[in-house]
Write a protein that binds this ligand. Structure first.
Ligand SMILES: Cc1ncc(COP(=O)(O)O)c(C=O)c1O
Length: 410
């Protein structure tokens, strides 16, 4: 993988920043921007409505994008609902299934809020029991824990394939098998996996998978929700209105079939077309190459951080991880560390509770949260070295101060 060549697609990197916050949102490459501009400049019209040429072209381009986005995770186009982000995808499922008192829903304590709060609401609103899976000391949820908590009253198991805090990759295909053995649905939160790994919904055996386009080189306001064809009619659409219907009379309506039934209202056309281009872009480079590149960078980060006294690295060893590393230095506030990295070294990382309050407080026992460094295809070894040097500097200053020495900036 020619990273230097890839970096030419991201003019924002010419400013000299080291961007290590791609788990939050990725940068957008020129081919994606160009494809979006093409829509706005050449065929800016609504889709699925007009009979004139411009509208026909916009509709064709949107459907072509849907094919590319679906193909990216080995789904059929009619199973790919275009949404704004992972959060919207998971909410669609949580509010669309018909819950009954006595059902239970199974998730983990390591989830992002977007895959946690929705189940709290389902529990509160419908009398559903929320069952929480706990990870082992490496941050991995053991199969035995899943087997123990999933039973014949489980309606849904909902788990992130990759944790946004620990970077842990979970064997969700095994979890799917257990869910289906009990007649439950399986939802995979793919926000941190789809951008970085070759994800195949058939291999995972899931019923639902949600992901965000803005984390995979696509525009903000773009994302996908896969719903397996066979269970699509078991989910009530979140929104009703124009574009999602076959017919309406004064007393009733008939919804469109498949994905379009979930897409009431004018979609984010330019964004979806941009996401189609992003799927093409990543596929051309190759997800396996991207994963291998990130694995190398993550390994170096992990080993360097582990060697720093009084620095705590959270989560499992690198072989279980995908591109994400979280850490704390002594009792330093993670926000101070992130601000220092930005102001002194132009290194951009995330800090705080990372939309995972239960995990931070109950598992990691880090009430202030942590610092998160996350990589992507455009990051280099030099980026990583600059980050490591700056962290070493902070840790050294902190350790000297703790020992009663003077703090010097090198
Ligand atoms: C694991 C996970 N799930 C869900 C989300 C929510 O994604 P979005 O804000 O794009 O809806 C994120 C975002 O960081 C995430 O990391």
């Amino acid at each position: 993988m020619d990273v230097q060549k890839i970096r030419e697609d991201y003019p924002i990197l010419n400013t000299g920043i080291v961007y290590l916050d791609s788990a939050s949102t990725s940068l957008t490459p020129e081919p994606v921007l160009e494809k979006m501009l093409e829509y706005y400049r050449e065929y800016r019209a609504n889709v699925g409505r007009g009979l004139y040429k411009l509208s026909q072209r916009a509709t064709e381009e949107l459907e072509e994008a849907r094919k590319k986005i679906a193909g990216f995770i080995n789904a059929k186009p009619e199973e790919m609902i275009l949404v704004r982000n992972t959060t919207e995808g998971i909410n669609t499922v949580s509010l669309g299934l018909s819950w009954e008192k006595g059902d239970n829903v199974v998730t983990t304590v390591t989830e992002h809020h977007s895959n946690y709060m929705v189940w709290l609401r389902v529990a509160q609103r419908f009398g559903v029991e929320l069952r929480i899976l706990w990870p082992d000391s490496r941050g991995v949820v053991p199969l035995a824990e899943v087997e123990k908590k999933v039973d014949d009253r489980t309606k849904l198991v909902s788990i992130a394939q990759v944790s946004n805090v620990l970077g842990t990759k979970l064997p969700v295909e095994e979890f799917s098998r257990i869910a289906h053995d009990h007649g439950a649905y399986m939802l995979v939160d793919g926000a941190q996996s789809v951008p970085h790994l070759q994800v195949d919904v058939r291999r995972l055996g899931c019923d639902f998978l949600a992901f965000s386009g803005h984390k995979m080189c696509g525009p903000t306001g773009s994302g996908g929700l896969f719903i397996r064809e066979e269970v699509m009619e078991e989910v009530e659409p979140l929104l009703l209105g124009g574009g999602a219907i076959v017919d309406v009379d004064t007393a009733s309506y008939r919804l469109e079939e498949k994905a379009r039934r979930f897409e009431a209202g004018t979609p984010a056309v330019g964004e979806a077309i941009g996401l189609g281009a992003a799927a093409d872009y990543l596929k051309k480079i190759g997800l396996e190459k991207i994963e291998a590149h990130e694995r190398n960078l993550t390994l170096r980060i992990y080993e360097a951080l582990k060697a720093i006294p009084r620095l705590r690295v959270h989560g499992p060893e690198p072989e279980w991880k995908v591109g994400i590393t979280c850490f704390n230095i002594g009792n330093l506030n993670p926000h101070d560390v992130a601000l220092f990295l930005d102001s002194v070294a132009d290194v951009e990382v995330r800090s705080g509770l990372l939309c995972a309050h239960p995990l931070m407080r109950e598992v990691l026992k880090e009430p202030q949260g942590a610092v998160r460094v996350s990589t992507y295809l455009y990051n280099t070894q030099q980026d990583v070295e600059r980050f490591i040097s700056a962290v070493e500097e902070i840790a050294h200053a902190f350790n000297s101060k703790e020992k009663g020495g003077t703090v010097k900036r090198g």
